[in-house]
Design a protein around this ligand. Structure first.
Ligand SMILES: Cc1cc2nc3c(=O)[nH]c(=O)nc-3n(C[C@H](O)[C@H](O)[C@H](O)COP(=O)(O)OP(=O)(O)OC[C@H]3O[C@@H](n4cnc5c(N)ncnc54)[C@H](O)[C@@H]3O)c2cc1C
Ligand code: SF4
Ligand code: SF4
Length: 490
């Protein structure tokens, strides 16, 4: 990590009034406690030295650290700065001074963050100017509403023409904006058109650009086997692998500027792929994604799906008048009642519908590996992710009864993995069949079978050492031998 602290844009881009640093620090502490070493202030210039230092695989998640600029007159004037650099300076605690009139160019969520931060840093009149009309703005409606509530003015339908020194203006500088008559072509291509005769001139002490980001690919430029297209690293969409088998990549440097949850998902996928790579398994089998399956009609008819219906609880916000002088989080923590309502919803409700069939069948199999708890709202939720690690036998009964494939038991060569909504909860080896030698059953399953059959009268205890097909073959041969005997005697 090149920066002083880990967290990437979550620490140095996203303002503190959106994401509490306590939460971020706690999440990073958990990652460290899980055994991950994070070396900070360590700018990597090429993957090569990492391999020389003994690492076997590299994951490139360097994000998009460069701010885009504009080819307009006056762009080098001292009043002009980049929104990303401004946010980074604020988040590093450098406290950049802002005063007077601020014009932020851009209409996305980053531009809104820049404008709201400029207000907190001392801006008096903060305006955003963007090409789009209000309904076309890429920023989310909630963020636009929050910015307007703080007194930020949004000038819609204007594009920058020039930034000029102006002795007559109070600020000494002015930005001229020209009317934007169209942002996109009919086929959706970005191709703005302007009316040069309609000009809006704004006095400005600061002009801050928030018109997009790009990746700084210096550290992979010389790596021959890493392909770059349109300024982003190319990877296999399923496995996150680059053309160099030891190098994987994900997050914004692959997708372009996106959102945190997508970068986190990319990291999980890459972790699964790197695990496959290091243990010599085919990368194609590493897909972390859980296929979403249609819920079967009888489940819909049963009404169980209704349990997944509650909508998201919207947290209260700090009132606009109180928040513009602080970087405290705008979204407040949930009250207890609201938190209880919120946890009654299951984030993977499209997959696990909380029917409890798997728990039932697992206990009937005698393993009791699955534990569900009823929430105050009456929904069954999987509550013990560690339980299967010590008791699951990999028998597959739960997966067979699950109507939505939320629980899956996957056999891959000599290993069986039990997954709950995509998270592996138990991985165990399959012992070979003593007759044909093919991977067959886990030690726990063999133990469970012999325990259950030990008291059955007239039957030898089952050891589970033989696979189903060998057992069937042996039984058929026994029958044949016996029926031959019967024929002879008759
Ligand atoms: C202002 C702003 C607001 C945002 N708001 C939201 C939001 O509200 N919600 C949301 O979900 N997403 C938001 N995002 C997007 C989100 O932050 C990103 O999608 C996410 O952080 C991308 O994660 P990443 O790991 O790919 O890259 P980053 O978070 O950018 O992390 C990349 C890391 O790599 C380090 N690095 C770069 N080059 C090198 C090198 N050569 N050697 C060593 N280290 C290097 C960087 O220092 C950085 O720490 C916002 C982004 C910005 C800029
Ligand atoms: S695979 Fe594991 S969790 Fe599923 S029924 Fe069998 S023992 Fe229980
Ligand atoms: S995992 Fe499947 S069987 Fe178990 S509760 Fe969820 S939907 Fe029902």
């Amino acid at each position: 990590e090149a920066e002083k602290k880990p967290g990437g844009m979550l620490r140095y881009g996203i303002p503190g009034f959106r994401l509490s640093r306590d939460i971020l620090d706690r999440e990073i502490r958990w990652i460290r406690e899980a055994g991950v070493e994070i070396r900070t202030e360590a700018q990597v210039s090429h993957p090569g030295p990492l391999f020389e230092a003994g690492f076997d695989a590299v994951y490139v998640a360097i994000g998009t650290q460069l701010a885009r600029s504009l080819p307009i007159p006056g762009i080098d004037l001292p009043v002009v700065s980049s929104g990303l650099d401004f946010l980074k300076a604020v988040n590093r605690g450098e406290n950049p001074e802002v005063s007077g009139n601020v014009v932020v160019l851009g209409g996305g969520n980053v531009a809104i963050d820049v404008a709201m931060t400029a207000l907190r840093q001392g801006g008096r009149d903060v305006r955003m100017a963007c090409l789009e009309q209000a309904e076309e703005m890429p920023a989310s409606p909630d963020e636009i509403r929050a910015a307007k509530a703080e007194g930020i003015i949004i000038e819609n339908g204007w594009g920058p023409e020039a930034i000029v020194e102006d002795g007559k203006s109070r600020t000494g500088f002015r930005i001229d904006l020209k009317a934007c008559t169209r942002v996109f072509e009919d086929d959706g291509r970005f191709n703005p058109a302007f009316d040069p005769d309609r000009i809006l001139a704004l006095d400005a002490d600061h002009v801050i650009l928030a018109i997009g980001q790009a990746a700084d690919l210096t550290c992979v430029m010389d790596a021959e086997e890493i392909n770059i297209e349109r300024g982003l690293i190319c990877v296999d969409e399923t496995t996150a692998a680059t053309a160099d088998p030891r190098v994987f990549a994900g997050g914004d440097v692959v997708s372009g500027p996106s959102i945190a949850v997508n970068a986190i998902r990319a990291g999980k996928q890459a972790a699964a792929s790197i695990d496959h790579f290091l243990t010599g398994k085919a990368l194609s089998g590493s897909s972390w994604a859980v296929p979403r399956t249609a819920v079967q009609p009888e489940v819909l008819a049963s009404g169980l799906y209704v349990r997944s219906e509650p909508k998201q609880t919207v947290p209260a916000e700090l009132p606009a008048a109180e928040r513009t002088c602080t970087f405290d989080c705008i979204e407040q923590e949930l009250e207890t009642d609201a938190a209880v309502r919120e946890v009654a919803r299951c984030m993977r409700c499209d997959i696990c519908i909380g029917c409890g069939l798997c728990e039932l069948v697992c206990s009937e199999m005698g393993f009791n590996a699955l534990e569900f708890t009823q929430t105050p709202a009456g929904r069954l939720v999987f509550s013990n992710f560690l339980g299967p690690g010590t008791s699951c036998a990999g028998c597959g009964a739960c997966a067979a009864v699950c109507p939505t494939q939320a629980i899956q038991v996957i056999r891959d060569k000599d290993q069986v993995t039990t997954q709950f909504t995509g998270t592996p909860v138990c991985e165990q080896p399959l012992a070979p069949c003593t007759v044909c030698g093919r991977p067959h059953a886990t030690e726990r399953l063999k133990g469970g079978l012999s325990q259950r059959s030990v008291n059955i009268k007239g039957m030898d205890a089952v050891t589970g050492d033989i696979c189903h097909s060998c057992a069937r073959k042996a039984a058929a041969e026994g029958l044949r031998a016996r029926s031959g005997r019967y024929r002879r005697s008759s």
